[in-house]
Design a protein around this ligand. Structure first.
Ligand SMILES: Cc1cc2nc3c(=O)[nH]c(=O)nc-3n(C[C@H](O)[C@H](O)[C@H](O)COP(=O)(O)O)c2cc1C
Length: 204
């Protein structure tokens, strides 16, 4: 992993091309465990069945540079899961204002529900976050009046993770955009079968 001091803006603008991809992954790995890091809250983009783009904020739960996978958790009943079943491709767009860095990572999606991975994710989820998966009706369902959708007899101690799904984005392309006083810098890289990347500078 790249040292934290190298992940700050002045150092980022000096990065040589081969370090762009490993640094992006290091930043994302660090963000998973840091609730104050804006890179922990990317926007997940999908396409719906009318070919309309859909986007929403999610929490980045894991970043694995070796497998080139980003992970988020969601409710299996949510519209995004239906979209991903129909079209298993997604982009995660991140922005860190303190670093003036945008990262866009795109790839194919594997969904995990009611399996060992989803169960591990449920066990790693705190009681407060578990509430997101415990609404009576599916996320997005109509309500007669304002409400959180939780059952009236909701008891955090006896909840089940049956609705939690793990979305794993297998990253195929990474786009790096750094806004710097001396001039913006952009690079793009494609993932190759052998595990390497092909980074190239691009016009910002
Ligand atoms: C700060 C923040 C974090 C969120 N994290 C998640 C998340 O990790 N997973 C998730 O499914 N929805 C998360 N949401 C809610 C989504 O943005 C969205 O409203 C919800 O998942 C329904 O999306 P859909 O109708 O496109 O499926 C979060 C919202 C906010 C504002």
């Amino acid at each position: 992993m790249i040292p934290r001091s190298a992940l700050l803006t002045p150092a980022l603008s000096e990065l040589p091309l081969p370090l762009i991809v490993p640094t992006a992954w290091s930043l994302l790995q660090a963000a998973v465990d840091d609730p104050d890091d804006p890179l922990r809250l990317p926007v997940l983009a999908t396409v719906d069945d009318e070919h309309r783009p859909q986007a929403r904020v999610v929490v980045l739960r894991a970043a694995d540079p070796h497998r080139r996978v980003l992970e988020i958790y969601t409710d299996v009943r949510s519209p995004k899961v239906a979209q991903l079943r129909d079209r298993p491709r997604a982009t995660l767009c991140f922005y860190s204002a303190p670093r003036r860095l945008q990262l866009r990572l795109s790839g194919w999606v594997a969904l995990h529900h009611a399996d060992a991975r989803a169960q591990r994710a449920w066990e790693a989820t705190g009681l407060y976050a578990q509430r997101s998966y415990l609404t009576t009706a599916a996320p997005g369902s109509l309500l007669e009046s304002a409400g959180d959708g939780l059952p009236l007899d909701y008891d955090p101690q006896v909840s089940s993770g049956e609705h939690l799904a793990v979305v794993r984005v297998h990253v195929e392309q990474l786009d790096w955009l750094l806004l710097a006083r001396e001039g913006h810098l952009r690079a793009q890289a494609r993932a190759l079968e052998d595990g390497s990347w092909t980074p190239q500078w691009r016009v910002p």
